[in-house]
Design a protein around this ligand. Sequence first.
Ligand SMILES: Cc1ncc(COP(=O)(O)O)c(C=O)c1O
Length: 470
Amino acid sequence: MSVATRLVQDQSARFTPVPADTLYQFNESPLLARQSQQESNARSYPRRIPLALKRAKGLYVEDVEGRTFIDCLAGAGTLALGHNHPVVIEAIQRVLADELPLHTLDLTTPVKDQFVQDLFGLLPKALAAQAKIQFCGPTGTDAVEAALKLVRTATGRSTVLSFQGGYHGMSQGALSLMGSLGPKKPLGALLSSGVQFMPYPYDYRCPFGLGGAQGVKANLHYLENLLNDPEGGVQLPAAVIVEVVQGEGGVIPADLDWLRGLRRITEKAGVALIVDEIQSGFARTGKMFAFEHAGIIPDVVVMSKAIGGSLPLAVVVYRDWLDTWLPGAHAGTFRGNQMAMAAGSAVMRYLVEHKVCEHAAAMGKRLNEHLRILQRDFPQLGDIRGRGLMLGVELVDPTGVTDALGHPPAFARLAPLVQRECLKRGLILELGGRLGAVVRFLPPLVITASEIDRVAEIFGRALAAATASL
Ligand SMILES: Cc1ncc(COP(=O)(O)O)c(C=O)c1O
């Protein structure tokens, strides 16, 4: 048994495991009723996951009614080591015991210095050797904003290429990079309009109607042509921004040859390559950073979520040739969260010492195999995809009219039913992708083999119940 496995089991021991015959009912509790009355109409997760949480440990959360749930959402991928991991708690307690200033703007401290050394130690050597770091406001979207300013200043160009299905956050600049039109529609013209969208290598729904190596080839050819055609109608951009595995867009892993091609083309054109690792970063895909699967070195890497060890933190790491912006070019009050840096350092060290990359890859493979076995009985599991413990299943309607590649249409109506049946059985999962038809698995990376088996078992039962109810 690995150390990671033991730690998770020790922590979870105080929680009543989710019994096999669990079938929770959801009546609106006073807390939830008050939440829906008092909180904004823009609130999102509580609509699909109507839980009032009381405490949490490892893979598990407990609600105010004493019910236990397996958390395969994990703060949208933030909780690499699960809830309240002992090394995270210890790091936070040490900051308090040492009476460190909790708020330091961007002044340095021993904790901050250590955090930078730990983070640079995780980067591929070729990037670490020329890396600079900017601490941002504590959300991923602010790091994306910073990355946009950085590349625009350094190149003297203003436009950016983004990808269909991409998600980079909700502030106005980051929003303008988003593929989904929903959140943009009510705003009319966005403040930042210099974004050109490109087709992403979404193999199952190949935008070129080709799929496989042919689809990848066509995609790269299209991109290269766009950047080089003097009458292509598109200005040479400052940067291309990409998620190596699109998360919110439906857990779509980019083909590795495509990524290598993207790096080659951008380098040749003198266009910065920004890789958004906010969701895929820190061992989730089986490598410390998802871009490492392709062996590429980006110009800019945007990081948040797991980097703060459960607490808010976001940074941009970039090659020094881009470091031409002026002092104060990306200021902000909350850039010095010492607790998050201490917790982030503790998580980074744990990931390395306990070989969590290998563990995440093995657990992801195990879950993938379970899902493929379920696929034999459920033709609604159209496409099972992802890397490591960033997995998704695109639900399809097998009776629908197939597309150019012979794939049935997305089954948007089924997805929330499956999600609800999972929740009733004590499993929290999130949806994403086009029309919300992709079920996403983002568990803590220290999930054990038997817990993976349990997740798959609950998912199978929920699927049976959901499809029977159609
Ligand atoms: C790839 C990616 N980029 C950016 C963001 C935005 O991060 P935040 O919600 O912390 O602003 C997210 C959030 O889910 C994300 O998945």
